[in-house]
Design a protein around this ligand. Structure first.
Ligand code: UD1
Ligand code: CA
Length: 453
């Protein structure tokens, strides 16, 4: 949407979290609450976002990172109106301003787009998002005139008994005309029961200056769920998890047990992939079509092709090609590129290695700092010996090499094309093309030994 900016309030301490960390940095499915809100603001087309930071602001700023958003600093938390005043320079008179909160991470871009459309269609000076709730305790109440038009917002602590019964509440999310907001902020006071500068006090001011103010009532109250405690953090996680899982199912992914499947918000999964229970899919992972993931897979920042089976294994910061099978009980560590039609079997660890197409690493093997060609066969118990206690060295294994069981490949070392390594060998020198390398003591037979003993 054009001509739109957002201010995100993230200055509060969040004492009820009982945490060393500022509240907005607590995570829901591996993403901080404030990052959800920033992503939503950017998704609905805000050209610029300003985050108002205060309590442990440096930590918040460092976590968000430079470049994505602007920051305004609120040294003392004197109220939501005061917080927005700190972003006064950011408010553009010719643009609309959305107000969001770092501790209200479940808001969606669709709702904000609806709000802005409603706001512009009605030519309002400000549009509030309101909701009807059973228990309005603690919220700002929306007071309407007899005809139903918006009159004012009254905070619960300042409300009369009659007003306290009004179930239409202020969700705290607004779309303001920039010029009207800027002007109204100059006129609010802290003359109320909490001694705070209330942002909602701008509404009456805008109204009194002849602009229209209205509340857009929305149905899904979960979007405005604010997180104040660890219990609420878990509740928000549950809602987010359901929402993400539903999106994937609607896109053609089977999730066998959605209540035991944890998928981060930025994960992509192709159609007809099946996710079995107890799987955790994190970060920026991309999974292709027709895969079988889990049970009990943990996949972090991976790019996985089509028709991959990834069973009861862990993988991170790596790629796995089409039709490859991983696990059970495999561990793919960062910077690995596993090709197509590869087998990474049980108790296999791969780290910082390239594995060519059609290679089989079936069991009990460590492949670290290694460049493998295609169609290699690793015998059970192969170890690339990549570390001398000080430095790491690379192993190179060319196409069609066959490695017998229990071999040690002491790096730096190269096994040339088509070579064989005898079982039990400890290879310390390069192996030429098409040879058999045997590097172990010859077997001796001592006749009659048992009887003599
Ligand atoms: C606010 C609204 C209320 C609305 C409710 C919805 C006000 C005065 N009241 O009440 O009408 O129903 O939200 O949840 O706006 N913050 C700052 N700096 C401050 C004060 C607050 O950054 O000086 C941040 C807080 O960290 C928090 C958010 O703004 O994330 C809301 O502040 P809070 O004081 O909790 O407002 P509520 O009492 O919830
Ligand atoms: Ca308050």
């Amino acid at each position: 949407m054009d001509n739109l900016k957002a201010i995100i309030l993230a200055g509060g301490e969040g004492t009820r979290m009982k945490s060393k960390m500022p509240k907005v940095l607590h995570k829901i499915l591996n993403k901080t609450m404030v990052d959800y809100v920033i992503d939503v603001a950017l998704k609905c087309g805000c050209e610029d976002v300003c985050t108002v930071i205060g309590h442990k602001g440096d930590m918040v700023r460092e976590s968000i990172g430079e470049g994505r958003v602007k920051f305004a600093i609120q040294k003392e938390q004197l109220g939501t109106g005061h917080a927005v005043m700190q972003a006064d320079d950011f408010i553009d008179e010719n643009k609309d301003i959305i107000i969001l909160y770092g501790d209200t991470p479940l808001i969606t871009a669709e709702t904000i787009e609806k709000l802005v459309t409603f706001h512009r269609d009605n030519g309002n000076g400000c549009t509030i998002v309101s909701a009807i709730v059973d228990d309005p305790t603690g919220y700002g109440h929306i007071i309407r005139n007899a005809g139903g038009s918006f009159k004012k917002n009254v905070e619960h602590k300042d409300a009369t008994d009659d007003e306290k019964n009004i179930k239409e509440i202020n969700t705290g999310i607004y779309c303001f005309n920039g010029a009207k907001l800027k002007d109204a902020l100059k006129n609010i006071t802290n003359d109320n029961s909490q001694g705070e500068y209330y942002l909602p006090d701008t509404l009456e001011i805008i109204l009194s200056k002849g602009s229209s103010v209205d509340a857009m009532v929305v149905d899904d109250v979960t979007e405005f769920f604010g997180v104040n405690s660890r219990v609420q953090l878990a509740e928000a996680t549950e809602i987010m998890k359901k929402r993400i899982n539903r999106k994937h199912m609607e896109n053609g992914v089977t999730i066998v047990d959605p209540s035991n499947t944890y998928i981060d918000s930025d994960v992509t999964i192709g159609c007809d992939t099946i996710i079995y229970p107890n799987s955790v899919i994190e970060g920026n992972t991309v999974i292709g079509e027709d895969c079988k993931i889990g049970p009990s897979a943990r996949i972090t920042n991976m790019v996985i092709g089509d028709e991959v089976k990834f069973q009861a294994s862990t993988g991170m910061d790596s790629k796995v090609g089409n039709r490859t099978t991983v696990g059970p009980y495999a561990y793919i560590r960062p910077n690995s590129v596993v090709g197509e039609d590869v087998k990474v079997g049980d108790f296999v660890e791969i780290k910082n290695s390239n594995i060519g197409n059609g290679t089989k690493i079936s069991h009990l093997t460590y492949v670290g700092d290694t460049d493998c060609g295609e169609r290699i066969n690793f015998g059970c118990g192969t170890v690339t010996v990549n570390y001398d206690g000080k430095n790491k060295f690379r192993t190179v294994i060319e196409d069609d090499v066959f490695i017998g069981c229990n071999a040690n490949l002491v790096a730096p070392v190269t096994l040339k094309k088509g070579s064989y390594v005898a079982a039990g060998s400890t290879i310390t020198k390069d192996v030429p093309e098409d040879v058999l390398a045997v590097a172990r003591a010859r077997q001796q037979i001592i006749e009659g030994w048992t009887k003599k003993k």
